[in-house]
Write a protein that binds this ligand. Structure first.
Ligand SMILES: [Zn+2]
Length: 304
C-alpha cells in the first residue's frame, strides 16, 4: 500500500497520527524555545519541570499517557497542564485536515502546510505564555517563503497577483517570487505602520515586533490578498475575545460589589480589565487567521 493507494480519509488518518507525535515534540519546543538555558535538543530527555525526574518513553505517549496518569507527574504529583494533550490533539487535527484538503499529488505543498501549521501552533502557545513570538518561527517563515516560491511555485497558483503575471499559464517561479515579496511587504508593512502610529498615539509599544515578523513571513506564503484576509480574520476574532474579556471582568466586578458591598472594587477591576487588554497577545489571533487562510483560502475568498 502506497501513499497514492490510500483513500482521502485514510491519508488524513495516517497524517493525523503522525501529527499526534509531532504535537508531543511541539510541546517540548513551546516549553524550551523561550528559555535561554535550554534548546530543543538539550537536555536530550524531557524532565518534569517540578521535580526534574526524567520522563520515560511510556509516560510520553501523546494524549494516552496524560489520560492514564490523570494529568499528574508520577514522581511528585505535579499537575501536567491540559495544554499538553491539547497541543497534541490540535496538531493532529490540523495535520489531518490539511492532508484531507489536498490531492495526493500535492504532497510537496502538504509538507509546507504541515511545517507552517506546526510553527503557528508553537507561536500561539509561546505568545500566550511569554508574550513573545520565537524568531525560529517568524524569521523561519521569512526565510521559508522565498525558498518555497523557487521550489514549489504552485503554492501561489491561487494568488491573484501571481496568476495575473503568469498570463493564463501555470504559475512559475518568477510570478510566484513577485507574489511572495509583495505579500511579505504587505504583511510586514501594515503591522509595522500600525505599530508606528500606535507608538506615537500611546507613547508605548503598541505592536510587538514579533507580530510584524510573523505576518511578514506568512505574507510570503499567502500573497498580498491572503495576507489582508488573515489580518482581518485575526482582528475580528481578537476584538470579539477582547470584548468578551471586558464583559467577563465587569461581571466579576459586579459580583464582588454585591458580595462585599465595598466602595472601590469596581475601579480596581476596571484597572484589571485595562491591564488584561494591554497584555492581550495578538500573535495567537494572527496565527489563527494565517492558518485559516492557508487551509481554506478559496472558501475565505468566496465568503468575503
Ligand atoms: Zn514531578
Amino acid at each position: 500500500m502506497g501513499w497514492y493507494d490510500l483513500s482521502d480519509l485514510a491519508r488524513a488518518l495516517v497524517v493525523g497520527l503522525f501529527g499526534l507525535f509531532v504535537g508531543s515534540f511541539l510541546n517540548v519546543a513551546i516549553y524550551r524555545l523561550p528559555r535561554e538555558d535550554m534548546t530543543v535538543s538539550n537536555p536530550k530527555r524531557s524532565q518534569c519541570p517540578s521535580c526534574k525526574r526524567e520522563i520515560r518513553w511510556y509516560e510520553n505517549v501523546p494524549v494516552v499517557s496524560w489520560s492514564l496518569l490523570r494529568g499528574r507527574c508520577r514522581g511528585c504529583g505535579w499537575r501536567i497542564p491540559w495544554r499538553y494533550p491539547l497541543v497534541e490533539l490540535l496538531t493532529s487535527g490540523v495535520w489531518a485536515f490539511a492532508a484531507w484538503r489536498l490531492a495526493p499529488e500535492q504532497w510537496g505543498l502538504l509538507l509546507v502546510h504541515l511545517l507552517v501549521l506546526s510553527g503557528l501552533i508553537v507561536a500561539t502557545f509561546v505568545d500566550f505564555d511569554c508574550f513573545e513570538i520565537p524568531d525560529e518561527v517568524s524569521i523561519g517563515g521569512m526565510v521559508l517563503a522565498p525558498l518555497v516560491a523557487l521550489v514549489l511555485p504552485e503554492i501561489h497558483s491561487d494568488t491573484a497577483l501571481a496568476r495575473h503575471l503568469a498570463e493564463g499559464a501555470a504559475v512559475g517561479r518568477w510570478p510566484a517570487m513577485v507574489a511572495t515579496l509583495a505579500g511579505m511587504a504587505v504583511g510586514g508593512g501594515i503591522l509595522w505602520c500600525i505599530g508606528w502610529i500606535g507608538e506615537r498615539i500611546y507613547g508605548r509599544e503598541a505592536m510587538g515586533f514579533g507580530d510584524v515578523k510573523l505576518l511578514c513571513g506568512a505574507g510570503g506564503l499567502l500573497g498580498p490578498g491572503g495576507t489582508l484576509a488573515a489580518l482581518l480574520v485575526a482582528s475580528l476574532v481578537a476584538s470579539v475575545v477582547g470584548v468578551a474579556n471586558i464583559v467577563r471582568v465587569l461581571w466579576i466586578a459586579r459580583a464582588r460589589v454585591r458580595r462585599r458591598r465595598a466602595a472601590r472594587p469596581f475601579g480596581r477591576s476596571f484597572q484589571t480589565a485595562r491591564v488584561i487588554g494591554r497584555y492581550l497577545p495578538f500573535g495567537p489571533y494572527l496565527a489563527l487567521g494565517i492558518g485559516i487562510v492557508l487551509l481554506a483560502w478559496n472558501d475565505v475568498r468566496a465568503w468575503f
